[in-house]
Design a protein around this ligand. Structure first.
Ligand code: HEM
Length: 418
């Protein structure tokens, strides 16, 4: 079968920074090669899974498709570093790197905190936060929507959830951007030696977490940081230090960069589809379905990796035990066997069975939080935008894992809060 594309476009962060998500390639793969073995210049080889139905099936079989090798593909340099210094990432283990039954025990520690009922406590705080963010814009002017609004709002919500002081927000933001933007020259940790830069980043996270954990053990509150610092496992034993650090790492980082990219991708889509923006402003109650469409459209978590514990045959291709596969959620979210006119941005889309938050065993724990904060912001925007347009070309982050915009210049006129 003649497939005519550059495999580097599927995974190399730089290519995403220049051209964005490779939708044309995914369209071809869904049609002609739903299990495609990708060999790029930089990364370990992997099977590329692009159809919605296949991702649903794989995500429901953690006993075959394992998470123990982590969610991200590693490039050759990262693989070499892991061989030279296997302990460098060993100080933290996150729930996303676990399989059942261990995964279920650890997930239970925080899942109660993330139920819709518990998260609804935050409704008012999140609405106030959205209002304060939009107030910052003033009546009219120009701004980078990401720097001013999209990255600040979810960070404030997350800090509230964790019980973290606003003074620590800048540090959390900087470390998270260095983690997910490790391939982006504007975001990555400075340093010629990438291994050393990565070790220093982990050490800085470690120092922050040690300080917060010690504080929450001495002064526990009803926030998530206290819950995790004092967590007990099902047998009554305290959660171990490697796992506590890992939990901190995932909740401090997984929640705000992703939500930022959903919000900025959503704002860009609304500006590029003025009919949809007008519809939202005319009926702000559409914010709920708009957020689902925005997560489908932007798909900030581009993929998750799985490790094959046994040989599996799928669509005539045998995927070998010991190799990796990558489930491209962004491709599944444009699968025309599930979505009518998948390349239309439609804030009233219903049903909308997108996989932006994953599915099955590892379904996003923070989905309710992400929905709540994005909804509050788009509701506030819908009520207050008098005029908004692009003031320049947006730029993309150089990343193929957590993907999205780096800058989004806007020109606007905003009404005061009601
Ligand atoms: C729009 C924003 C977000 C998106 C697109 C997103 C997406 C995802 C995806 C795709 C997964 C993996 C699912 C799978 O493997 O099946 C995941 C896992 C996870 N997410 Fe999110 N997420 C978002 C926001 C959040 C927030 C706000 C939090 C927490 C405050 C959070 C915490 C987590 C955790 C803890 C996991 C690991 C769950 C597990 O392994 O069992 N996420 N997320």
């Amino acid at each position: 079968m003649a497939l005519d594309f550059d495999p580097n476009d599927l995974i190399i962060p730089n290519n995403y920074g220049v051209s964005g998500q490779p939708h044309e390639i995914w369209n071809q793969l869904r049609r002609e090669a739903p299990v495609y073995r990708c060999e790029s210049d930089d990364f370990e080889p992997f099977y590329c899974i692009t159809r919605h139905a296949d991702i649903m099936a794989i995500s429901s079989q953690p006993e075959i498709f394992s998470n123990i090798k982590g969610p991200m593909l590693l490039n050759h340099e990262q693989l070499r570093r892991q061989v030279d210094d296997p302990s460098s990432f060993g100080t933290m283990k996150t729930v996303i790197e676990m399989d059942p039954p261990e995964h279920r025990d650890f997930r239970r520690v925080a899942s109660g905190f993330f139920t819709p009922r518990n998260i609804h406590r935050l409704d008012e705080i999140v609405e106030e936060c959205a209002r304060a963010q939009i107030d910052k814009l003033g009546e009219e002017g120009e701004a980078d929507f990401i720097e001013t609004i999209a990255q600040r709002h979810p960070l404030r919500v997350l800090a509230t959830l964790l019980g973290i002081e606003p003074e620590d927000e800048d540090l959390i933001l900087e470390l998270t951007q260095q983690l997910f933007g490790s391939e982006d020259p504007d975001l990555q940790r400075e340093g010629e030696d990438r291994g050393e830069a990565s070790n220093q980043l982990i050490a800085d996270f470690g120092a922050l977490f040690t300080r917060v954990i010690e504080n929450r053990r001495a002064n526990p509150g009803d926030d998530l940081a206290s819950l995790l610092a004092n967590a007990k496992m099902a047998d009554g034993s305290p959660m171990g230090p490697v796992e506590t650090f890992g939990y901190y790492l995932i909740v401090f980082t997984a929640g705000h960069d992703t939500t930022r990219n959903a919000i900025s991708g959503g704002m860009a889509a609304l500006l590029e589809h003025p009919d949809q923006l007008a519809k939202l402003c005319a009926d702000p109650t559409l914010a709920r379905s708009a957020v689902e469409e925005i997560v489908r459209w932007a798909t900030p978590v581009n993929y998750m990796k799985r490790y094959l514990l046994e040989d599996v045959e799928l669509h005539g291709t045998t995927m070998k035990a010991g190799e990796h596969l990558v489930m491209f959620y962004a491709s599944a979210n444009r699968d025309d066997t599930v979505f009518e006119n998948p390349f239309d941005f439609d804030i009233t889309r219903h049903p909308n069975r997108h996989l932006g938050f994953g599915t099955g065993e590892h379904f996003c724990m923070g989905a309710h939080v992400a929905r709540l904060s994005a909804r509050a912001l788009f509701l506030e925007l819908a009520n207050r935008i008098e005029r908004m347009e692009l003031a320049g070309a947006p730029t993309q982050i150089h990343s193929s894992f957590v993907v999205g915009l780096k800058t989004l210049p806007i020109r606007y006129k905003i009404r005061p809060a009601a």
